[in-house]
Design a protein around this ligand. Structure first.
Ligand code: EPZ
Length: 414
């Protein structure tokens, strides 16, 4: 429940990156020995991937609130065809990790998705290039191989998931595997850094071409996960939309460049420090056009949040979604606040309105939920957001963090 119209002021701290954590935790399957992973975000998706590793036989323990120690040395099965894996979209990383460890993998995958189909053909193309035979039988994906070998793989689209999965599968394969047109997202680089810290030889992560020289084995070690780019961006947009003076701490300003540029264009004052960004806004915003793109472009995972902000910007804004084919369901919910949005194919045309009115809305997925919270912070009166389980998947202590900077927000149990 949110009472909108409050000015936001103060400091808000960003947690570890969800999309790095849920790739790095299964990557431990490739390591002999104990991995100590710091800056783990305490969110539902992390709980889910930890449960799957435990189910597979790994020893997993939190030694501090954000520090996880995992020893997967004793895991002796390549089968993760369980209900737990089916409940989590990123369980596909188990495919690459188990294939890389055992040469075989069998994983249950979730079906359809909150924002359209999520194919894994590029992941499969990568596994096949490395010598695996892949079959998909309803919701179970199986990859078998006698032995894997290195190869060059060109991705038709710089898919984050396919890039990460191929890296996982290839890290211990003899020879040099090359991924061309690789994804460059910060969490791709973070996974490569983690694997290298444990003894892998991966070069080029963060560029279009990643080269993986296979090593015999990886050993345990300590690694700290990067701050969450999307959580940071969500709080920057919240401050810009509601108005106020907020410093978002523990972020990497370089990761925020596309968002900072767009917020400045909308009339928001942005000040970059070493590991924080100060956002000042009087809540009066100018129209802008935004096009989502793979990194370093504007992230699709901040599209619902920036779209919420633009509902009150002066003039007509346009948001173009080029990464996911149907990621505008949240606009139906935004209309409940009085927003004026027209969808034409991959474009949303937003005619800015003077004010939003509090509404009863649903979080249709994780980032759509963040967009609803931002609309609620801007709106007059009370907003009730349902299905917050989606938000819990990816935001650590969102309610407490926003309360600390002056938002009138609370969690109600019914
Ligand atoms: C990751 O999903 C993120 N998830 C998503 O964030 C994010 O929206 C997305 O990357 C894009 O940045 C995780 O990291 C766990 P993709 P992923 O493969 O890897 C097409 C969030 O809110 N495609 O880069 O699944 C696909 O249909 C989540 O945190 C194929 O066609 O995304 C889409 O149009 C939601 N074939 C595009 O590529 C494939 O085999 C991008 O997908 C794979 C993808």
């Amino acid at each position: 429940m949110i009472e909108g119209g409050k000015r936001l002021e103060g400091k808000i701290r960003v947690s570890g990156a969800k999309n790095a954590a849920i790739a790095i935790i299964p990557a431990v399957l490739l390591v002999e020995g104990v991995c100590r992973i710091e800056n783990i975000p305490r969110i539902k998706d992390v709980d889910a991937i930890i449960s799957i590793l435990t189910y597979l036989g790994a020893k997993v323990e939190f030694t501090a609130p954000d520090v996880l120690e995992i020893d997967a040395t004793g895991v002796n099965t390549y089968k993760a065809d369980c209900e737990l894996a089916r409940s989590m979209r990123a369980s596909y990383y188990l495919l690459g990790a188990l294939l890389g460890r055992f040469g075989n993998a069998q994983v249950s995958m979730p079906g359809g998705c909150d924002f359209g189909s999520r194919p894994i053909d590029l992941h499969i193309k990568g596994f096949e290039a490395l010598g695996a035979t892949v079959t998909v039988d309803r919701d179970i994906v199986t990859a078998h191989s006698k032995h894997l070998f290195a190869d060059s793989i060109y991705l038709d689209f710089p898919s984050v998931g396919a890039t990460i999965n191929i890296m996982l599968a290839a890290t211990r394969v003899p020879g040099t595997t090359v991924i061309e047109n690789a994804a460059k997202e910060p969490h791709v680089v973070d996974l490569a850094n983690f694997l290298n810290q444990m003894g892998a030889q991966i070069k080029g992560a963060g560029t279009d071409v990643i080269r993986i020289v296979g090593v015999d084995k990886l050993r345990g070690g300590t690694y700290s996960i990067i701050p969450d780019q999307i959580e940071a961006g969500t709080y920057m947009i919240a401050a810009a939309a509601a108005g106020g003076d907020v410093t978002v701490e523990n972020l990497i300003p370089k990761h925020m460049e596309s968002l900072s540029a767009k917020l400045e264009e909308a009339g928001v004052f942005i000040e970059e420090m070493d590991d924080s960004i100060r956002v000042r806004s009087d809540g009066k915003l100018k129209k802008i056009n935004v096009k989502t793109m793979p990194y370093p472009g504007f992230p699709t995972d901040l599209q619902p949040q920036i779209l919420a902000l633009l509902t009150r910007a002066q003039g007509t804004s346009m948001v173009m979604e080029t990464v996911w084919e149907s990621r505008f369901q949240h606009t139906d919910e935004l209309r409940r606040f009085g927003a004026d949005i027209v969808i034409a194919d991959e474009r949303a045309i937003i005619h800015g309105v003077e004010k939003l009115k509090g509404a009863s809305v649903k979080a249709t997925d994780l980032r759509a939920g963040a967009g609803m919270i931002i609309a609620g912070l801007m709106a007059e009166g009370f907003t009730r957001v349902e299905n917050v389980c989606h938000i819990d998947r990816g935001y650590e202590n969102l309610v407490e963090k926003l309360k600390n900077i002056g938002a009138a927000i609370s969690r109600i149990n019914e």
